[in-house]
Design a protein around this ligand. Structure first.
Ligand code: AP5
Ligand code: MG
Length: 244
């Protein structure tokens, strides 16, 4: 956690309207299965941060049979990144909704330097400040176990694991009772391909954000509870000083 130096860096926002917004802005950067979605949902529930996940948005577009969803599916099936043109259009809409409120977590965005540049433009013009880029560091053997045991609720998106986070009733969502499903891209061959894609196309962003003093590297092998505490302690707004 030594690289994280600066709170509230904005991409050239100066003193414009974006600079005046004070919410927490986080980017979650890490390989498939690192726990980004689980942590983002926890931050949403406990701290009120808006969880924005291009993966979830794309899966919804596939279920809705939209044109973007149809085109994205070809790439998602193989574990490749969806072309920027599609992701950019979807993220523009999602990011516009994040302008107000107590803050946001971008879970799996940006994943390329081109996406990082687009995000900088959004930060400067509308979104406000980027508090930190949380880099989830974790061994590949653990990742594979997490992905092959992951189950999702197709209705509410809750994330489970057959061993690490089992539902109360086997195969059923605790929240709405729906039958849990496995993600098709969690099949071992596709998961391994996604690891390669991460190293080739997304890992360069680690240095990109380290150079800007925004990188907060965390040990993602610890429990979700401990991870939450580490991240929240680093990024939470400073406590008000009690009056004497
Ligand atoms: P996306 O859905 O974002 O997948 P990903 O980045 O590969 O990450 P995952 O969702 O697989 O893992 P996670 O880190 O969220 O882990 P989780 O919390 O679920 O993207 C899917 C696809 O969409 C991409 O392949 C690409 O095609 C496309 N796409 C998305 N974004 C894109 C972009 N920006 N540009 C282009 N294309 C894009 O946890 C995993 C499991 O581990 C769960 O079972 C969970 O219960 C368990 N677990 C979590 N934390 C812990 C813990 N601390 N201890 C024990 N178990 C844990
Ligand atoms: Mg996820």
């Amino acid at each position: 956690m030594t690289e994280f130096q600066t709170r509230g860096v904005s991409a050239g926002a100066g003193s414009g309207p974006a600079a005046r917004r004070a919410g927490i802005g986080l980017v979650f950067l890490g390989p498939p299965g690192a726990g980004k979605g689980t942590l983002a949902k926890t931050l949403q529930a406990r701290a009120g941060l808006r969880h924005i996940s291009p993966g979830d948005i794309l899966r919804q577009a596939v279920r809705d049979h939209t044109e973007y969803g149809r085109r994205a599916l070809t790439f998602m099936r193989t574990g490749d990144l969806v072309p920027d043109e599609i992701v950019d259009a979807m993220m523009q809409a999602a990011l516009a909704q994040a302008e107000d409120g107590s803050g946001w977590v971008l879970d799996g965005y940006p994943r390329t330097t081109a996406q990082a540049d687009l995000l900088d433009g959004f930060l400067a013009s509308r979104l406000g400040t980027l508090s930190a880029v949380v880099h989830f560091e974790i061994g590949e053997d653990i990742l594979l176990r997490r992905l092959t045991g992951r189950r999702l609720c197709p209705i509410c998106g809750a994330i489970y694991h057959v061993d690490y986070r089992p539902p109360r009733s086997a195969g059923r969502c605790d929240l709405d009772g729906a039958e849990l499903v496995a993600r098709r891209d969690d099949a071992p061959d596709t998961a391994l391909h996604r690891f390669r894609v991460f190293h080739a196309q997304t890992a360069p962003l680690i240095d990109h954000y380290r150079c800007r003093g925004l990188l907060l590297t965390v040990n993602a092998e610890q429990s979700t509870e401990d991870l939450y505490d580490v991240i929240w302690e680093a990024v939470r707004p400073p406590r008000a000083t009690p009056l004497p």
